[in-house]
Design a protein around this ligand. Structure first.
Ligand code: FAD
Ligand code: SF4
Ligand code: SF4
Length: 394
């Protein structure tokens, strides 16, 4: 375990450490700094004390010269030559972080024939795109992709590395962070740079969404985080931006334990949740599984997709791929119709970015009405039937 020490003989009681501590862990007693239990060993006070009065004693072999690490990197996920939307969203976030730090943004693009996609990544904010290309990388392999990323990171030493919290990103990120013995925060909702310490602060919901936890990685680099698709806003591309494309061909010294045998397309109703501009979502208040047919019909008429709250997924009424919320998908449609959904924080976490929310609930005090643009008090099934009838007659 690391230990934090204050050398009383050096401390002059100037209070600078109190101002830089993001966790309010320091007080002055008899004009000497005293560090309390809230300390998370972020190191901001150690770096900022003008008198060298604070020292963190770290585990042996754990020290890293973090001043060597610069730049904000994004894993530019792609499938079949198409860049995932989350890569652009992360580039937007990376650009803001890098500008705040006065550093550059790089994207890591891995696949078979992917070079063409690099220009798009530059348009969305990358200054450099590292391209790792070849047959070996045609299909996603967490082992091979992680190996390539680790070699690149070891060579170039980025300070921050962001990945999408997708099936690919979620299997890649922990492999990289554990190999590099650095921290990783999953499913972040806010990424920012602490004004005083310059530390990368990664915020995510914790304890069932009841609190927001701000997490820092003080002693190791890169500082790693994943973010779900559609949590960050996609920036406007600028195809006039200039950037460089750097090819990297790592020596492959391993043979992956897993290989792709077959691709099976997931069966799903209509438009996918991720792409839908309209989502009609059902909760426990639709009362009966049979009423899901009404929800599907309304979604079809609006050229939308069907979403669900967790209880009806748990009941087995609908597949988990439709679940919206903290343990389901994050969506940002133009229109979200929440039918018989109470508005629990864990559900709202996945849909509050919708442009326009219509809530149908028989309880006029249901929390969902607090975030809804339009609220309809009444029986969900009955109102959906009426909406269907109106749409069909219009
Ligand atoms: C760690 C954790 C993660 C979670 N992740 C998720 C998640 O990803 N997604 C998610 O949705 N939930 C999640 N939950 C569950 C969440 O806390 C709520 O329990 C859930 O969202 C409630 O679903 P609901 O609104 O459908 O049901 P309820 O809370 O039971 O609400 C039903 C609503 O329907 C209304 N109603 C009843 N009958 C009618 C009717 N006939 N007509 C109209 N309205 C009616 C009621 O007034 C009520 O407001 C999670 C919970 C935990 C602890
Ligand atoms: S910044 Fe250094 S000298 Fe000033 S109060 Fe804190 S520990 Fe003491
Ligand atoms: S190490 Fe970080 S959390 Fe601990 S007292 Fe210093 S500034 Fe505060």
């Amino acid at each position: 375990m690391a230990k934090i020490l204050v050398f009383d003989e050096k401390c002059v009681g100037c209070g600078k450490c109190i101002n830089v501590c993001p966790f309010n862990a320091i007080t002055l007693e008899n004009k000497k700094a005293v560090i309390g239990d809230a300390c998370v060993m972020c190191g901001a006070c150690e770096r900022n004390c003008p008198f060298g009065a604070i020292k963190i004693e770290r585990m042996q072999g754990y020290e890293q010269d973090i001043s060597l690490y610069k730049g904000v990197w994004v894993f530019a996920e792609q499938r079949g030559g198409e860049t995932a939307g989350v890569a652009f969203e992360l580039l937007g976030a990376a650009r803001k972080l890098a500008d705040r730090l006065g550093e550059s943004v790089a994207a890591v693009l891995i696949g078979d024939v992917v070079s063409e996609q690099a220009k798009e990544l530059i348009a969305y904010g990358a200054d450099v795109v590292y391209v790792i290309e070849g047959n070996d990388y045609e299909n996603f392999s967490d082992e091979l992709y992680a190996d390539a990323c680790i070699k690149l990171i070891e060579g170039h030493k980025p300070s921050i590395f962001l990945l999408g919290a997708t099936a690919y990103g979620r299997s890649l990120a922990p492999r990289i962070s554990s190999s590099l013995e650095t921290g990783l925060t999953a499913d972040c909702t806010v990424l920012e740079i602490d004004r005083e310490s310059g530390m990368f602060v990664q915020t995510r919901p914790a304890f069932g969404g009841n609190i927001m936890a701000s997490i820092v990685c003080p002693a190791r680099r890169p500082q790693m985080a994943t973010v779900r698709p559609r949590v960050m806003k996609k920036p406007e591309p600028d195809f006039g931006r200039i950037g460089s494309i750097v090819k990297f061909a790592p020596v492959i010294e391993m043979s992956p334990k897993a290989k792709l045998l077959e691709r099976i397309q997931e069966e799903s109703f209509g438009v996918s949740l991720a792409d839908a501009e309209v989502i009609v979502a059902a909760g426990r208040g639709i009362s009966d599984q049979k009423n899901l047919a009404l929800v599907e019909e309304l979604a079809r008429l609006l050229n939308g997709a069907v979403g669900a709250s967790r209880p009806i997924v748990d009941e087995g009424w609908i597949d988990h791929s439709h679940q919206v919320g903290q343990t389901g998908r994050t969506v940002a449609p133009k229109l979200y119709i929440a039918a018989g959904i109470s508005g629990a924080v864990q559900h709202v976490a996945g849909m509050s970015s919708a442009d326009f929310i219509v809530a149908i609930n028989r309880d006029k005090d249901a929390p969902i009405f607090k975030i809804a643009n339009v609220g309809i008090v009444g029986d969900a099934a009955e109102i959906i039937r009426e909406l269907i009838a109106q749409l069909k007659s219009s």
